[in-house]
Write a protein of this length. Structure first.
Length: 235
């Protein structure tokens, strides 16, 4: 049987929306102009979860799916997205529809219904490890840097610039060590490189904003990292 046709006890799906649900037409226009469709808060949460809940810790592979929910479907997390929260959905990689949204019954010898004998409790425990690792890291790691902006105006007398200037508000954690700028190719799903910039609130890099996506993470003295912030545009 092909791998995608059978249950996978070591994988959990993580569905994350692309264009945020609670977004204005102007914000959508900026996303289109900057290529930020894959950089909403929910995608940053997904990148963070995969980094803090790895297989060696949880026994699970996290399969991130860039879709708000299963195809043309929705669940309770969407109501949080409507209020601006970066909510996501964990769920098994291949559903058995005989055992969800069904009355308990037997039809042609097939048992329907959500019954205890169809629950893989070991799988449930591993998913709980993923959730626990993610929640622990969100609670104990530094917070996402606030009010990160990327400047687009060129220096006086120039029509453009290949420099990229970022600035942000200082984090308030007493054990803050500093920040790192993260980058990736626009086609890459996750951050692929990082530049430590120290405990500052602004940096100018000789890297063109046309070619890559930028983010910013806070780091504490123990080396724990925050979810990445994606910059807003300032002309």
């Amino acid at each position: 049987m092909q791998a995608w046709l059978r249950p996978d006890p070591r994988t959990v799906r993580l569905f994350v929306e692309g264009i945020p649900t609670a977004v204005t037409a102007n914000e959508i226009s900026i996303m289109q102009a900057t290529g930020g469709e894959n950089d909403g808060m929910t995608h940053q949460v997904a990148r963070f979860v995969t980094s803090v809940a790895p297989f060696f810790l949880t026994g699970m592979n996290i399969r991130v799916i860039w879709r708000r929910d299963r195809y043309l479907r929705g669940s309770d997390h969407i109501s949080f997205q409507q209020q601006g929260y970066p909510a996501a959905r964990f769920t098994e990689p291949r559903e058995n529809f005989n055992h969800e949204h069904q009355d308990v019954k037997v039809v042609n010898g097939v048992q329907f219904g959500d019954l205890p004998q169809f629950v893989d409790f070991d799988y449930t425990a591993r998913v709980a490890r993923v959730n626990g690792a993610a929640l622990w890291a969100l609670a104990t790691n530094p917070g996402t840097p606030k009010n990160l902006v990327i400047h687009t105006a060129p220096p006086v007398g120039f029509s453009g610039t290949n420099l990229t200037t970022l600035n942000w508000d200082a984090n308030t954690e007493p054990d803050l060590a500093g920040y790192e700028v993260v980058m990736r190719e626009t086609t890459a799903p996750d951050w692929t490189s990082a530049i430590g910039v120290g405990n500052v609130t602004t940096v100018t890099l000789n890297i063109s904003k046309d070619n890559v996506q930028f983010g910013l993470r806070a780091i504490d003295t123990a080396g724990h990292r925050s979810p990445a912030a994606f910059p807003q545009v300032v002309n």
